[in-house]
Ligand binder design. Structure first.
Ligand code: AMP
Length: 419
C-alpha cells in the first residue's frame, strides 16, 4: 500500500492513546468539581462563523483554516478552535435561558494547516472551558485556577502562568492609533503579511509567528482605562489568594481578535520551542457581536498533544488481568466459556488463539502483561478443575476447582499490583 497519512496528521497508538484517555478522564473529574458540563459541538461549521469570531486577520483564519465549498455549494470550515462553535450553540440553543450557570467544557480535535514540527500538528486535541455570562473578576480567577489545577492533577512538570490585560474596546481605540503609528515608523522590520494587515488590525503584528516577539518587546504598551485596570487588579489579587503563582507579561496579546481584558497562557519549560500548553482569555463582546445576548465570557483551551508529550514517561501500561489458554483441542470450548464468565465478573481477560500450541499461547500470555494465566487441558476439563499460573515473579502453578475459579482469582488479583 502506498497511501500514507497526511503531513501533520498522525495515528495515536497505545500507550499514547491511553495517556490521552487518562488526561481526558482526569480533566472531566476537575470540571465536575468546578460545576462545568460537557458540550459537544460539530467539527464542521459555516466558514463565516470563524471569520466573524476568530477574526479574518488572524493566522488561524487567514492562513491555516481548512475551508472548502461543500456539495451543496456552502462555504464551510473544519473547526480550527472550539470557542466559536460553543458561542454559536449558546446563542442558537438559547442557553442563556437554561437557568444553569453557563459553564461548558469540550474535548475535541481541531484542525489548522500550520507548518508541522514537534508539538505542532495539523490535527490536534484540545480540552477547552468556556464560562459564559459572568463579567466579574471572580470568574477570571476561577477559570485560571481551574486550568492550573487541571494541569497539576494531570501531573505536569515545570509550569508557569503568564497573564496580561488587553483592555476593552475603549482602551484599545486610542492604543490602536499609537501602535499603528509605531509600526508604520518601523515598517521595514515587519514581515510581508504583517505589512499588509497592520491597517486592518495592528495588534496582530505583535503575535506574528515570524517577528511578533521582537516587535512586542519594543512596541508601546497599552494603558488600561480605570475599570479595566481595576478588573485586572482584582483578578491578580484573587488569583494570589487562590494560591496560583503567575507573572504579568505585558507583551502577550494572544492570536485571536475577540479577546478583551484578561488573557493568559500556561507554558512548560520542559517543552521545546512550542512551549505553550494552554491559553485563553476573556471575550466580553463576542456573544453579542455574533447576534446573541449581552453575555460577557472567559475561556481557555489546552493542547492535549503537548500535555501528553510532557507525560510520555508516565503512560500507563494496559494489560488484561487474566490470560486464558487451552492446552488441548478438547479444552478449547471450555476455555472460551471461561473468558466470558471472567468478563461478566468484571475481571479483564484475554486470549491469543486457542487453536495454537500451548507454547505459543504461553508466549502470548507473557507478552500480554497479564498477572495470571488460566490453563485448561483435557484432563482439567474432565476433572472440573483449572490450572492457574502466576506470570509475574513466582511463576508457580496451582490447581483450583473450576467452580471456585472466580473467587480464587478475585482473591489473588485483589492482592496483585494492577498491571
Ligand atoms: P490556541 O487555541 O492557539 O490558544 O491554543 C491553545 C493550546 O492548544 C496551545 O497552548 C497548544 O497547547 C495547543 N495547540 C495549538 N495549536 C496546536 C497545534 N497545531 N498542534 C498541537 N497543539 C496545538
Amino acid at each position: 500500500m502506498n497511501i500514507h497519512s497526511l503531513r501533520g496528521f498522525r495515528d495515536l497508538l497505545p500507550p499514547e492513546s491511553t495517556l490521552f484517555a487518562c488526561i481526558e478522564a482526569s480533566a472531566r473529574e476537575v470540571f465536575a468539581l468546578y460545576g462545568y458540563q460537557e458540550i459537544r459541538i460539530p467539527t464542521i461549521e459555516s466558514k463565516e462563523l470563524f471569520v466573524k469570531s476568530t477574526g479574518d486577520t488572524t493566522d488561524i483564519v487567514e492562513k491555516e483554516m481548512y475551508a472548502f465549498t461543500d456539495q451543496g455549494g456552502r462555504e464551510v470550515a473544519v473547526r480550527p478552535e472550539g470557542t466559536p462553535g460553543v458561542v454559536r450553540a449558546y446563542i442558537e440553543q438559547n442557553l442563556s435561558q437554561s437557568g444553569r450557570n453557563g459553564k461548558y467544557f469540550y474535548i475535541g480535535n481541531m484542525f489548522r494547516a500550520e507548518r508541522p514540527q514537534a508539538g505542532r500538528y495539523r490535527e490536534f486535541t484540545q480540552i477547552g472551558a468556556e464560562y459564559i455570562g459572568n463579567a466579574s473578576p471572580f470568574a477570571d480567577a476561577e477559570t485560571i485556577t481551574l486550568l492550573v489545577r487541571l494541569l497539576e492533577k494531570a501531573g505536569l512538570p515545570g509550569l508557569s502562568v503568564e497573564i496580561n490585560s488587553l483592555g476593552c474596546g475603549e482602551c484599545r481605540k486610542s492604543y490602536r492609533e499609537i501602535l499603528l503609528n509605531h509600526l508604520k515608523a518601523n515598517i521595514a522590520t515587519l514581515c510581508e503579511p504583517c505589512k499588509n494587515r497592520i491597517d486592518r488590525n495592528p495588534l496582530r503584528a505583535l503575535d506574528c509567528k515570524i517577528d511578533g516577539p521582537a516587535l512586542a518587546e519594543k512596541a508601546p504598551k497599552l494603558t488600561l482605562c480605570a475599570p479595566c485596570a481595576e478588573h485586572f487588579d482584582r483578578t491578580r489579587t484573587l488569583l494570589k489568594s487562590s494560591g496560583v503563582e503567575f507573572t504579568v507579561n505585558l507583551n502577550m496579546v494572544r492570536g485571536l481578535d475577540y479577546y478583551t481584558r484578561t488573557v493568559f497562557e500556561v507554558k512548560s519549560s520542559a517543552l521545546g520551542s512550542q512551549d505553550a500548553v494552554a491559553g485563553g482569555g476573556r471575550y466580553d463582546d463576542l456573544v453579542k457581536s455574533m447576534g446573541g445576548p449581552q453575555a460577557p465570557a472567559i475561556g481557555w483551551a489546552m493542547g492535549v498533544d503537548r500535555v501528553a508529550m510532557l507525560l510520555k514517561d508516565k503512560a500507563p501500561a494496559t494489560a488484561p488481568a487474566v490470560f486464558v489458554i487451552a492446552a488441548s483441542k478438547e479444552a478449547q470450548d471450555a476455555a472460551f466459556k471461561i473468558l466470558g464468565e471472567l468478563r461478566a465478573q468484571n475481571i479483564s481477560a484475554d486470549f491469543s488463539n486457542l487453536e495454537l500450541s500451548l507454547k505459543s499461547q504461553l508466549r502470548s500470555a507473557d507478552r500480554s502483561g497479564a498477572v495470571i494465566a488460566v490453563l485448561l487441558g483435557e484432563e482439567e476439563v474432565r476433572n472440573s478443575v483449572c490450572a492457574i499460573k502466576f506470570l509475574k515473579e513466582k511463576r508457580e502453578q496451582q490447581i483450583v476447582p473450576a467452580a471456585g475459579l472466580i473467587t480464587e482469582l478475585k482473591q489473588i488479583l485483589g492482592n496483585a499490583p494492577t498491571p
